[in-house]
Design a protein around this ligand. Sequence first.
Ligand code: F6R
Length: 590
Amino acid sequence: MCGIIGYIGKENPIDILINGLKNLEYRGYDSAGIALKNENEIEIIKSVGKIVNLEEKIKNQELISANIGIAHTRWATHGKPSVENAHPHRVGNITLVHNGIIENAEELREKLKKENVVFEGETDTETLTALINKYYKNDPIEAISNALKEVKGSYALGILFENSNDLYAVRKDSPLIIGIGEKENFIASDIAAIIDYTNKYILLEEGEIAKINKDKVEVTKDKKVVDKQIQVTKLERDAKDKCGYDHYMLKEIMEEPVVLEKTFEPYLDNLEKLPDLTKYEEIHIVACGSAMYAGMIGKTLLEEYANTKVEIDVASEYRYKNIIYDRKTLVILISQSGETADTIAAMRKAKEHKVDTLAIVNVKTSTIARDSDAQIFIEAGPEIAVATTKAYILQVGIMALLAYKTALTKDLVKEEHKVLEEAKKLPRMIKEVLDRREEYKKIAKEIYKSEDVFFIGRKIDYATSQEGSLKIKEISYIHSEAYQAGELKHGTISLIDDGIPVFAIITDDTIKDKTVSNIEEVKSRGAKTIIISNETWDNQKLQVVVPKISPYFQPILIVPTLQLIAYETAKLRGCDIDKPKNLAKSVTVE
Ligand code: F6R
């Protein structure tokens, strides 16, 4: 997490840095700060909370005129969100911004204290700044390399040296790009931060150090100059606009039909472009959060319709478990950002065991996209709202196509499933579901004052429930839990009381009667039930009915309704929908 931007060029950097930080706010928003530099001095301004607070502070101060600057938006790891702990940090001749975690910071800090270094805050970044300062004897590259030899952990760094008019950058296990402009250059955690100024960039690899001035970027590794390719992003400037919607989350949900069509387009008439999973005896799906819930849908489809053995785990567990790779295995990594630290670690683990990896990923320049053996790209475009919506739908869509192709290869496809035919209709059907906002507002009104909400479902409907439940809790802060419908009476039913909302997802014909009995059980204990289904239920006041479609795609019609119910609920509760508290879009620390 945390976002970094840096500028060196002909302009005063303040507006560029603030604009860039706003585009990076999805990476964390506990505190923010900027450092400005000219030939004589460095000035640092920091504040707690969102970027607007920093902007306000800057407006009310007279600042040095400068042509170099670095800036940072923080998601706190070491040390509470405070001005002292906010970046940039300055120790002696060094001022820097950092994204990542220095794992041996305590040990390094104790050593430096013994060498009489005095620290102002508690962050691992201040320790790193002091360490680079210790090694700085007028050669920035020497100081950076010597310090980083002692460091364990992840970092993307933008560094200013007191006696140098260049900007330095280096990274390990955290993203950082160098933006290339006309008589100006940039560094950023993400191209979206600088897309208003340039679409050209260089990817900095691990172990490389960049020395940047307004006319030139020189990248070295072990003191030898590295020839770097300039790349051009296809990201469009207006991808960052809300396009008239109140929130990015709403805009991104409304984009689902279009991005699904774009994601499916290469495959629907060319299934051979998708990998052949039948080459493997076992599939592992590894991801975090919503991406993991998309994986749960994939697991259910692969098991149910393609008779394929699938294990699934959250990446934070998978990376540390004793995984027995005794059969020919494929590890599927699902990640929107491609930078989730735990998912990256799971990928590395699979690779260490010489197990094939397939990434289902959105950001094409990300670590997971670059380092996995094979990739399927979803075409979500930038997802700005912290809670994922469109990327989740596309992850499910790709898992459905993979399951279908596997079933087809094994000659297991049931004629009535009409998968490819229905896939073509799907974008239009999602649009119909999205257009029924009044229905979702009505349900939101029924639940927004509740303190607890439950979701129940069986098999694929349980996987869908998990995503619905996560959406409610993360953006509206209502406590919510999802249960396998049959599991409720083994404890949780004691929580059901008068008026507690219980969502039941019912789409799987083979098991729906069982879920219906569970609905009766909670109803008789006072629950307010809401059925989300692909058929109409008599005598059920609160219900949403989506069109019936091939079971491969049914979750893709159910989840948008849950996303919009969560959205409307959060809106009624006055929550900060695009930036829920304590969260960050890209979880680049473990
Ligand atoms: C929830 C959400 C998260 C992410 C998770 C994985 O709305 O967005 O649960 O799905 O942090 O992120 P990626 O897909 O970037 O690896």
